[in-house]
Design a binder for this molecule. Sequence first.
Ligand code: MSP
Length: 474
Amino acid sequence: MDKKLFITTPIYYVNDIPHIGHTCTTVVADILARYHKFLGEDVFFITGTDEHGAKVAEAAREEGLSPQEFTDKVSKTFSEIWPKLNINFDYFIRTTNPEHKKIVSELLQKIFENGDIYKAKYEGLYCVGCEKFITEGEVVNGCCPLHPNREVAKQSEENWFFKLSKYVPTLIKAIEDENHPLHYKISPASKKSEVLARLKAGVNDLSISRADVSWGIPVPWDSSQTVYVWVDALINYYSAIKINHKENFWPANLHLIGKEILWFHAVIWEALLIAADLQLPKEVFAHNFYTVDGQKMSKSLGNVISPQNLLERFGIDGTRYLIASSFPSFDDADVGLKKFEEKYNADLANGLGNLVARISALCEKSGFNFKSKKEFVFDPFFKKQIEAFRFNDALVFVWDYINDANRKINEIKLWEQKGETFKESLQSFIYRIQEIAYHLQPFIPETAEKILKQFEGPEIKPGAALFPRIENEK
Ligand code: MSP
């Protein structure tokens, strides 16, 4: 099979170090990438860091480092943590990469030459936290709703503008009409409606350069300005393809993002692409947010959960499982370490871990030789859930098998069986465990592989506990 699939995560700002929010998008993108690889598809999966702009420059200043030193340092915390979670990206893009900078310049130059960029004076309220202009109506106590600790600043500059408004009618048609040559999907449906409503309410042109931000890519025809950080960032998806000579993977099949950056990914990006004569992505999926113990996660509240926290407590696959099963696909989801511990103990230590431990111990005790692996394929219902971003439903489907098997062991008192009956029962539990592990490969690859190996036969023996129980700290 040579179906090509290009999957992306947002590139994360380096003013912050990795937290559970970044982790959830990246883990799920990895699950999707692995899932499609299992189906025999050719996948190109990228993540990276967004390193220019006022916010990053400010963070560098606060640490007393040059922007480049600072971004080198923080970008590494992202590129190094993902492999520890078994996130198998094919490329990690940094916007300070000289090749990316060149591609941004070329692309903008092309749009400029096509006549879609002009100079104008702009006055507005800018939120450095969002790196965007916001309207008067959005301001609460002098701040934007997402960044209550950062006052918005009045900006008044001559900037270069992109004729975003010109593309609005085309974008509306492209989103609404599945047969439109430029059709792209925005999902879930509620997010598509949001975008359409906003497009229909009227859209202004977009300021795409800044005179007062020096930490950025110079505008190719006007070195007194730098490219607006969001335009620079969006183009990363295209640069990653060009840098790796993966043109045959263009356009992207899926931009997986959080809900707060939907407008950039579902409107601005597509307009820029049309203006540059490039093909549009097939789908933008915007998930909702995690809250932590009922509150917005924030440094000032001190409730930020880091991927290191999760790894130390739950291990690689424990973390991947907890993220996938709580993934905020359609609604915000509340998470917390206490909840995670309970879920870990119930589903992983008691559920899967126990099943594997009990059956392997009985296999060893029986002294029988067993038949090896059957051929498996992903169950259609399970596939449907994954493809609809319903990761928890896919896992619940597998856990129904696990819980059912554990129940059945007790019901038939498997440990009391003897002879052929015992052998046949064990063999059927072995197949069931193999099938469970087969399905879990995209989610918890290391554990799934361990189980498949352990239950290969002919002799089956217990191994170390897969998920040691976490005892509650009193
Ligand atoms: N640099 C931009 C993205 C540019 S993409 C061309 C950016 N970076 S970010 O560091 O702020 O990361 C935002 C993304 O992190 C969200 O879109 C989402 O994927 C993830 N999350 C951040 N906080 C989150 C939660 N609390 N919950 C779930 N995901 C969250 O925006």
